[in-house]
Design a protein around this ligand. Structure first.
Ligand code: ADP
Length: 432
């Protein structure tokens, strides 16, 4: 109404030729009645769009009262008639005695100063259209809400299916895996996370299969290695009991040798299981590696005097490392024993002690023997791993030597490895 008042004033000031028509258009567009009075107090134009408006259904006395109200209010007067209008605290209630059934209506009077005096504009609108619009909007909103809720439920359901289906597939495959079916394949599809999860689980299945195979192989190998000396011992004992003259020192020596083999195998297995379970406590102290290696070399030289072996020891001199002396000695023994077992025709074993650039002590054991193929190098520290694959009863060792080395060095946090070439020889080393 206020906007229309300024519009009408502009039309009046510019002396619009179609003033009456324009005012009527404004009235129609906005669904309210308008009466415009000129400076002389006479009606300039009036637009009655019907509907029981108050300004077209009252007398000049009332119009004058409205004009005065606007004048008192500084040129503007708003009135909400109808139920609320009658309850208005204002003493003066226009239309209180109106013969019309006054419902909710808004009345607005505006007085504008124009060049030739005052322009008085009166507007009247029913509030009902607003209520009707409100009702329509409410219904629209309700329908929209219902449709949107249904669409959202449908989309959510579809999304949930898309997200949960691959998880259900993976879960199904995982159950097979727990039942020992290691060949199961995880083929989670749909989104990146499920692809990654499937990859990880496929890797896990592969690793489990390998571990399972190794475990079975280990049990088979251990049984084989335990059974062979036991069969020999039983056989020899029966022979000595039953056949005259067989109870001689040579046969007894065989029984003793096999018993020693058995106990060393059992000891190795106990050690290995201790390292692997982490229950082996280390007795860490400061150890002079130079002294330890020198002592070891001397011991081997004495032990192998009649075997034509050469032990060379190269050292930087006394260097100290914090480690468990007994365990590190076992590592050195295992490496030297292997070097002897697999040494070449020159029957030479070289031990070397040096210090790395990072200040670590480097121990190397070298032989000029058969060497190890490249593809076997990463697997050589595995339990019972045999280069020739077929498990043969180790001639001297128990087949667990390098896995014990690995267990001890890893419990020390030491790095280790092997450099080897077929036909040239091998160098096993560790840094501590
Ligand atoms: P083993 O009792 O059979 O020597 P190890 O665990 O000590 O058991 O060694 C595992 C395998 O690694 C051996 O069977 C052998 O094939 C290979 N190997 C170990 N040391 C050497 C070496 N110095 N030269 C060549 N092969 C070696």
């Amino acid at each position: 109404m206020t906007n229309s008042a300024s519009q009408i004033e502009t039309l009046y000031s510019y002396e619009s030729e179609t003033f009456a028509k324009d005012v009527y258009a404004i009235a129609l567009n906005n669904e309210f009645c308008i009466s415009v009075f000129g400076p002389d107090g006479k009606v300039l134009t009036t637009a009655d769009i019907g509907g029981g408006c108050m300004i077209h259904n009252t007398d000049m006395k009332m119009i004058n009262e409205l004009y005065n109200d606007a004048l008192e209010n500084g040129g503007e007067y708003f009135h909400r008639a109808g139920l609320t209008g009658f309850q208005d605290k204002k003493a003066h209630v226009p239309f209180a005695n109106s013969r019309y059934d006054v419902r909710d209506r808004i009345l607005y009077v505006a007085i504008q100063e124009v060049t030739d005096g005052q322009l008085i504009m009166m507007f009247d609108a029913a509030v009902e259209p607003v209520n009707v619009v409100k009702g329509v909007i409410t219904i629209h909103l309700l329908i929209t809400t219902i449709i949107m809720t249904l669409v959202a439920a449908f989309v959510a359901n579809a999304l949930a299916k898309k997200l949960s289906q691959p998880i259900a597939d993976v879960n199904r495959a995982a159950k097979k895996l727990t039942a020992g079916e290691y060949d199961v394949e995880f083929t989670g599809e749909g989104y990146r996370e499920i692809y990654e999860l499937s990859d990880t689980l496929n890797q896990t299945a592969h690793d489990l299969k390998r571990t399972d195979m190794m475990q079975k192989e280990l049990i088979a190998n251990i049984s084989h290695d335990l059974r062979t000396p036991l069969t020999l011992i039983t056989g020899y004992c029966e022979m000595m009991r039953d056949i005259d003259g067989e109870n001689n020192p040579e046969n007894i020596q065989v029984v003793l040798d096999e018993t020693a083999r058995l106990s060393s195998l059992v000891n190795d297995l106990i050690d290995l299981s201790k390292y692997e379970s982490g229950s082996q406590k280390l007795n860490i102290e400061s150890v002079d590696l130079d002294f330890l290696l020198l002592e070891t070399v001397e011991r081997y030289r004495k032990l192998m005097t009649d075997k034509d072996f050469t032990f060379i020891y190269e050292s930087v001199g006394p260097t100290f490392a914090r480690c468990d002396k007994k365990r590190i000695l076992q590592v050195i023994y295992n490496l030297v024993n292997n070097a002897i077992n697999y040494s070449g025709d020159d029957k030479t074993v070289i031990l070397k002690l040096s210090v790395t650039e990072q200040g670590k002590n480097l121990v190397e054991v070298t032989d000029h023997g058969e060497g190890i193929a490249k593809e076997d190098l990463p697997l050589i520290f595995d339990r019972y791993y045999k280069v020739d694959k077929v498990h043969k009863r180790a001639v001297t060792g128990t087949g667990l030597g390098l896995s014990i080395v690995k267990g001890i060095l890893e419990s020390h946090g030491a790095s280790y490895g092997v450099r080897s070439e077929i036909g040239t020889g091998s160098t096993f080393f560790f840094e501590i």
